[in-house]
Design a protein around this ligand. Structure first.
Ligand code: NAD
Length: 415
């Protein structure tokens, strides 16, 4: 498939949902575009005494259902169209889990891997000074994304509070715990995916206990999927992979030992009693649940026909291309689409914001229980649409979320 502009893809997804929902032309056009965007130029003092000029972005895609919410990505390839697309997807993600927030996203074109902590702190503060007017707990709340960390969120929160002269921890989420972060944020993305997998298995009448799982991508999302898939669903881990390749043992791998090994050695290669497996082969294993938890566009029209899993739970953003989606649907592979399956992260970010506003903090078990309620309800909303409209799960999720945002725009009298 030719490389497509992600914002164009995001607009096409809205077009399909708008047509199926019969949206009027004004609502449709409104939902195709970000409501507000800011592009900033940031001069930053570097450690060698020079000044480097960075380009930054913040996009508020739609705020009809609540303040914009979405992460900040620091990446050399970051550009306004990527940010627009990610902001659109955040809008559909917050709507599908029905939390009272809109969608936003931001970022800076930079390579944090070659920057010192002091340079990153300078950039964090410069970015917040430049976009502060767009932010507040009731306007727009950023969070971490690729290559941004709890520490970066802490610096950014401090800069915002310094500017306004008051405490406002809820202006940014994904903070370190001592600065008002939430319990349970670390494993929230994988945990949300495990809850929706559990609900889907119930609907499909599959008992997952003792059945198998394979995980492509063994970072934050993949490692917790291995641990929680085992602990909560009783799944047996048979294969896992990272950027250097994978490991396989059909009799089962101990998830805790595999995670410890990866954390200690930085790789999965050489894990005892396992065979090597490639990143392509892992996708084609006959397993009950496959967790794509690495990169986008790994399941395409070229390999979709070879997938042998029953359920594909997309913890990664965008692992399946639209053509592949249709093939999987025909082959009865049930896909839990990314913006539903990985919405546990933003849901606990929302909980963090709520706790900051109350200045009262929940226990880990309270966070888990509330996350379970949200994810379970979100799954069943999408599943009902899936059965009613006889479309694939991703299209069903779009129909649910676009309808919710369109309704809020109408009720406000915007269209
Ligand atoms: P991470 O950086 O912690 O881990 C990524 C993992 O993928 C690493 O183990 C890396 O080795 C592996 N990887 C890289 N290239 C690979 C390749 N070609 N084949 C196989 N594995 C490869 O990232 P993460 O936070 O776990 O995020 C993974 C995916 O989940 C991303 O798509 C991300 O956008 C999505 N996601 C994460 C969160 C979250 O809260 N962490 C929330 C929503 C979505």
């Amino acid at each position: 498939m030719a490389e497509l502009n992600p914002f164009k893809i995001a607009q096409q997804q809205v077009d399909l949902a708008a047509e199926k929902l019969g949206l009027d032309p004004a609502t449709h056009e409104l939902l195709r575009w970000p409501q507000k965007e800011l592009v900033v130029t940031l001069p930053v003092r570097m450690d060698d005494g020079t000044t480097q000029v960075f380009h930054g972005y913040r996009v508020q895609y739609n705020t009809a259902r609540g303040p914009a919410k979405g992460g900040l990505r620091w990446h050399p390839d970051e550009n306004i169209d990527t940010v627009r697309a990610l902001a659109a997807w955040m809008t559909w993600k917050t709507a599908v889990v029905d939390i009272p927030l809109g969608g936003g996203k931001g970022g800076v074109t930079c390579n944090p891997k070659i920057m010192s902590d002091r340079e990153k702190q300078n950039l964090s503060r410069a970015y917040i000074r430049a976009i502060a007017n767009m932010l507040s707990v009731s306007k727009d709340v950023p969070a971490p994304d690729v290559y941004t960390t709890p520490q970066i969120m802490g610096w950014m929160m401090d800069e915002y509070e310094t500017l306004v002269g008051e405490h406002h921890p809820g202006v940014i989420t994904g903070k370190p715990l001592p600065l008002g972060g939430s319990e349970g944020r670390g494993d929230a993305t994988a945990r949300g995916g495990i809850y929706v997998t559990r609900e889907l298995a119930k609907e499909l009448n599959i008992d997952l206990r003792g059945k198998t799982m394979a995980i492509q991508g063994f970072g934050n999302a993949g490692q917790y999927a291995a641990l929680l898939g085992h602990d909560i669903l009783g799944l047996k881990l048979v294969a896992a992979s990272d950027s250097k390749g994978g490991i396989y043992n059909p009799k089962g791998l101990d998830p805790k030992q595999v995670v410890d090994y990866k954390l200690k050695s930085g790789s999965l290669q050489g894990f005892p009693d396992s065979d090597a497996i490639s990143n392509e082969e892992i996708l084609q294993l006959e397993v009950a649940v496959l967790f794509p938890a690495a990169l986008e566009n790994v399941i395409t029209e070229k390999n979709a026909d070879k997938l042998r899993c029953h359920i594909s739970c997309e913890l990664a953003n965008g692992p399946t291309t639209p053509d592949a989606d249709d093939i999987l649907y025909q082959n009865r592979v049930v896909v839990l689409p990314d913006f539903l399956a990985n919405a546990g992260g933003v849901t606990v970010s929302y909980f963090e914001q709520v706790q900051n506003t109350y200045n009262y903090y929940w226990s880990l078990s309270e966070v888990h229980q509330r996350l379970d309620e949200k994810m379970t309800r979100a799954f069943h909303g999408v599943y009902q649409m899936f059965k009613k409209e006889k479309v694939n799960m991703r299209k069903a999720a779009y129909l649910v979320s676009v309808a919710r945002v369109a309704e809020a725009c109408k009720l406000r009298g915007w269209v």
